[in-house]
Design a binder for this molecule. Sequence first.
Ligand code: FES
Length: 580
Amino acid sequence: MSFKPAKWPRKLRSQHWYGGTSRDAIYHRGWLKNQGYPNDLFDGRPIIGIMNTWSDLTPCNGHLRELAEKVKAGIWEAGGFPVEVPAFSASENTFRPTAMMFRNLAAMSIEEQMSGQPIDGAVLLVGCDKTTPSLLMAAASTDLPSIVVTGGPMLNGQFRGERVGSGTHLWKFSEAVKAGEMTQEEFLEAEQSMSRSTGTCNTMGTASSMASMAEALGMALSGNAAIPAVDSRRRVMAQVSGRRIVQMVKDDLKPSDILTMDAFENAIRTNAAIGGSTNAVVHMLAIAGRVGINLTLDDWDSCGRDVATIVNLMPSGKYLMEEFFYAGGLPVVLRNLGEAGQLHKDALTVSGKTIWDEVKVVENHNDDVILSTENALTQQGGIVVLTGNLAPKGAVLKPSAASPHLLQHRGRAVVFEDIDDYKSRIEDDELDIDETCIMVLKNCGPKGYPGMSEVGNMGLPPKILKKGITDMVRISDARMSGTAYGTVILHTAPESAAGGPLAVVQNGDMIAVDVKARSLHLDISDEELAVRLSKWMPPKDTAKSGYAWLHNAHVEGADTGADLGFLKGCRGAPIPKESH
Ligand code: FES
């Protein structure tokens, strides 16, 4: 940690709008004063943007306006001036074709909101899956002092005495209905029991994983990730974060001081320890790209390889975020990583202290929720990166969610050309498939769907489910919900819509998966592969205008984070020219 706080007081960027006696200063101040602000609030104190991803159509973030009031209280207490700003809210459960398509649009719009307005620092008020990475990407590109406050997870779901996890049980119940083990009426009854309170998914899905990533990166205060949305301590966290951002602005503690390679390596190991979402891979690659850190897919495999998964939460384990919080939450995991020599202890956090200083004395209150390394769910919990002639730029798999007997497997490909093809044929009992086959889904990558939808964990054919089989090897260029499970190979790059080898897999080809050897091989000759690729025709791009066109024209591969190429890098927040 080599950070040295800046001198205070000094002139902040917001004073270029509100300071002085010029006509323009009077213009800017005068308009804001229509909200009833006294004159002395424009005396050079930090103006903090609360970038709020609240939306009625992002129910996971539906309580963030209430939480923003606590953030504001903290900012006022510390001598700052809070301004709440509505930020693009990419809802996982609402946006079509997929919220992922809008992560980059959200990041772009929020970056411009932060850099084009009189904001000295930001509280990133986030929760649902894409809201966390999009705001972190924006903050990284502006490099304005920023702190993450997540909305927190929902309380445990309960259905007929069983703990019910967001998403995870949706997939389970849906398969049970197809297998004839659950009635449609029971499925409908379970619906409300999955979402008992405000908040994000209560499993270690993508929202909880990204909240954990923010904390492990050092971009949120210690303990932020697991506090339930409705717990009073979530409000306390919001208020103290509001206080803290004011001091961060005074100290000029910026994302680039925190988001170092060490911080990203800490986050990768943390994701392995918590059994976190595969979605974290694309998001962390994209955030790193915004600060010029050369994080690669290989780093995911090499850093996470020997990290045990010790958090016993769905989808890999049995508990939910509420129990994780009661057990001590992420600080316990970080302490364990530190004791195992798997944490860069000197990494700086938004508190101004090192990550190790934040966690070194915390205690585990439930060793069935946060397991000892000896009792870990798996000793090698990291994201596995497979390469081979089917994925020259890599594909990912989450071993802790996979079936051990399928980690080395050779099977006959059953190919679905796109998601519509899959949906139209999967329930047909005439489909030529058995449990030894490998299901292959094309055209669902960043350009393909478009937006890289979460369809990689495609459901098994009913005729196989009815045999009691619950897992098969599945390969695609799509993503998978962080709440999902199975032997699912994702993010295959280059994607099929960009002419990757996945595009030319044919029904009946043999595919070999060897997780130990990190290989994914299409069993045809190099010559045959070259011939097939030479005949490949790109799918007709239907988007001729609008954001969909912009996205498809500029989105990069999953192996580098699926960002829009022209948004990569840190542009800072230069003072825009006066317009009057
Ligand atoms: Fe929003 Fe899971 S769908 S957090």
